[in-house]
Design a protein around this ligand. Structure first.
Ligand code: 13P
Length: 242
């Protein structure tokens, strides 16, 4: 089963457009339910309206939560809030949130809070750039270790990771990542998890690919890249392309 998660980012602007898009994706999710598990991770402001229309096999997700349950956090949402509006998944540590100051420790705390509310965390990891000496591997390693080191072994298999090389994301991307680069990194991430727990747990964790993917390269990240699924961004706002 392939896990296909749409990250709607900060769109659409109007609730009626969010509803209409979700309804179209709902049809797709039903059509492909034998092979593909679909999730839409939407802006928090749309969760309430969408929770009334999004039904299995489509699942609803958030895009980030506060790393603490402390009330004095104007402008933030808690794990409990998104869970109460039907989010069963939530992105954490997206490179766009990390760029706004979300630290590895914040990502680890948010992951713990989501698991406490039975929301599946989709933990985004990925290097900003690649260097010839392979230092980028240590940045990905510390991102993964910060999260798994804060959790008991029995919870690790509940995690979903999304490998999103920052240099391949968005309209200013340097270039597309290749399926081989994706495969190497997925093997590397599984090895980090296996070293912290065991091979069985490392195999059970889903690892998605989420650098910019499209209808031309998406399948290659699964077939040759060994990803368990995909996390497209802007493309997921177009139901046909999604
Ligand atoms: P785009 O697919 O819009 O490049 O974004 C990728 C991404 O950030 C998914 O989380």
């Amino acid at each position: 089963m392939v896990l296909l998660v749409g990250n709607w980012k900060m769109a659409p602007e109007k609730a009626k457009d969010a509803l209409s898009l979700a309804k179209k994706v709902q049809v797709l999710a039903r059509t492909h339910k034998k092979n593909i598990k679909m999730v839409i991770c939407v802006p928090g402001v749309h969760l309430s309206a969408l929770s009334k229309v999004v039904k299995a096999p489509l699942s609803l997700g958030g895009q980030g939560i506060s790393p603490s349950n402390e009330i004095a956090q104007t402008g933030r949402e808690s794990a409990g809030m998104i869970a109460s509006y039907g989010a069963s998944y939530c992105i954490v540590g997206h490179s766009e949130s990390r760029a706004r100051g979300e630290s590895d420790t914040d990502v680890a705390h948010a992951t713990q809070l989501l698991l406490q509310k039975k929301v599946t965390p989709i933990v985004c990891i990925g290097e900003k750039e690649r260097d010839a000496h392979g230092w980028y591997l240590s940045s990905v390693k510390s991102q993964v270790e910060a999260v798994i080191g804060a959790l008991p072994k029995q919870l690790l298999k509940k995690l979903v990771f999304a490998y999103e090389p920052v240099w391949a994301i968005g309209k200013d991307a340097l270039r597309e990542a290749t399926a081989v680069e994706c495969r190497e990194m997925i093997i590397f991430i599984r090895k980090i998890i296996a070293d912290a727990s065991d091979e069985k747990v490392a195999k059970a964790v889903s690892i998605l690919y989420g650098g910019s993917v499209d209808e031309n390269n998406g399948a290659s990240f699964i077939d040759q890249g060994e990803a368990d699924g995909l996390l497209p961004g802007r493309l997921s706002l177009d139901p046909k392309r999604f």
